[in-house]
Design a protein around this ligand. Sequence first.
Ligand code: 5RP
Length: 217
Amino acid sequence: MNQDTMKQRAAEAALDYVEDGLIGVGTGSTVNHFIDLLATIKERIDGVVSSSEASTARLNEHGIPVLDLNIAGELALYVDGADESNHQLQLIKGGGGALTREKIVAAASRRFVCIADESKLVERLGRFPLPVEVIPMARSYVARELVNLGGTPVWREGFVTDNGNLILDVRDLEIREPIGLEQEINAIAGVVTVGLFTRRGADVLILGGPDGTRTLT
Ligand code: 5RP
């Protein structure tokens, strides 16, 4: 079975968590399946807070109302994908470059349901290069600081985030203490957000696989 079908299965299972009202949605190919499925029950929800321009465009195509988070207030549910999850449901996100808005919407939600294909579950975070969103003038400075932490940052050239910033993808990092590393990288001047989601990881992880889905909490 291909990876995309496994992503679709995870997205289908996440529909069971949707209640009436407002929900948050993330970004990426797994979330795209979720948005398409959400369109089939759109009468049941009041609207969606989106984490990216790409997801907003897809929601608009389906005629699903998109609300500003400042108007929406606290959300009952956030559904998003991930690049990696460990068994504590701490995540690496930002492969699609939407990490900052994703982290904001996740923080503003009572329950975070993460959907992924089973290849995303890892014993230790860090095989996937860790995305860091940076203010453009700080790119070289932040890169030097990341080298001091033992990483090898690579500028995602030609890519600008929805917030007008840049992404450094950091390889070779030993992520032994994800919570501490999230705080340490976020504290570097010029960093907007690191793609480690540990202080606010997922509450539920739905993994799609060849035999169906399994759920970790
Ligand atoms: C975007 C993300 C995505 O959730 C992550 O990259 C997973 O994407 P996909 O569902 O396409 O595998 O963090 O910033």
